[in-house]
Design a protein around this ligand. Structure first.
Ligand code: ADP
Ligand code: MG
Length: 265
């Protein structure tokens, strides 16, 4: 008998991150002007747009590194609880903030490795100190992740002894060692020479192929086209156009997006 099972939506299937009508200003400067975004589990969402369009700010609002004044942020369906309104709005629940931060690991343009710790110590630090995980297990996992990003032999080196591409791969291993539900990557290849960008692009492609949930800010349109399920073009704090990469890159509708692409591709 043909039998269609009823699908029950559970947290494990729903979006990891949802943003609804988010607004953020720095003083008088409105930077995010009503942005809504969904990162379904296992999908890669790329954010593109000119410098100053609000990409980094949006990413930082997602994991509450920045406050926002209006709109909702949901992590695995659970809305962030706020206290106060408008400019006085702040997250109300510290435990929730920690849960969100540790589950949405961030990778920055400038790697930000701790220079006084070895590569291995960098990767182990937060899982051991913040999440209180068993150091022996964390070390095994950290070594596995360093091997995975191709720098297993650099575990005992200082960050300064690594190339930029190796440092960025160490930073990605560090983010992964938190076992996050999503990675937020802010221009992970922008600080690197083209030759070194390739190593990092390779790692990001591997992660996409594993269906890691990622929000990726990038200037690399090739990378965005290759790994994204969905691309969002931000212009002056608003979504000007969004859709599958084939549409955005090959059949853009907005004149602004056309201009942006002709200037960058
Ligand atoms: P993008 O990452 O797309 O280049 P950003 O999110 O960094 O853009 O910046 C968006 C706007 O917000 C810019 O006008 C920028 O100058 C401004 N901005 C960013 N960070 C701050 C800050 N800490 N204080 C004041 N203005 C900021
Ligand atoms: Mg930026």
């Amino acid at each position: 008998m043909n039998h269609t099972p009823t699908r029950i939506a559970t947290d494990a299937e729903g979006p990891v991150i949802q943003i609804r009508d988010l607004h953020k200003a720095y003083g008088q400067l409105e930077v995010i002007k009503g942005v809504s975004l969904t990162a379904p589990r296992g999908h890669v969402i790329s954010l593109i747009g000119s410098s100053g369009s609000g990409k980094s700010t949006l990413l930082r609002c997602c994991n509450l590194l920045e406050d926002s004044q209006q709109g909702d942020i949901l992590f695995e369906g659970e809305p962030v609880k706020w206290r106060g309104q408008g400019v006085a709005r702040v997250p109300a629940d510290r435990a929730q903030v920690t849960r969100l931060r540790t589950n949405l690991s961030m990778v920055f343009q400038q790697f930000n490795l701790w220079s006084h710790m070895t590569v291995l110590q960098n990767v182990m630090e937060a899982p051991v100190q913040v999440l209180k995980r068993d150091p022996a297990k964390v070390e095994a996992r950290a070594r596995e992740l360093l091997a995975k990003v191709g720098i297993g032999d650099k575990a005992d080196n200082w960050p300064a002894q690594l190339s930029g591409g190796q440092q960025q791969r160490a930073a990605i291993a560090r983010a992964l060692c938190m076992e996050p539900k999503a990675l937020l990557l802010d221009e992970p290849t922008s600080a690197l020479d083209p030759e070194l960008q390739k190593e990092v692009v390779r790692v990001i492609k591997d992660l996409a192929a594993e269906h890691r949930t990622m929000l990726l800010v990038t200037h690399d349109m090739r990378l965005a086209a290759d790994v994204s399920d969905h691309v969002v073009f931000l212009h002056q704090g608003r979504i000007e156009e969004e859709g599958p990469p084939a549409q955005l890159f090959h059949a853009p509708r907005s004149e602004r997006l056309r201009q942006f692409l002709s200037a960058t591709m």
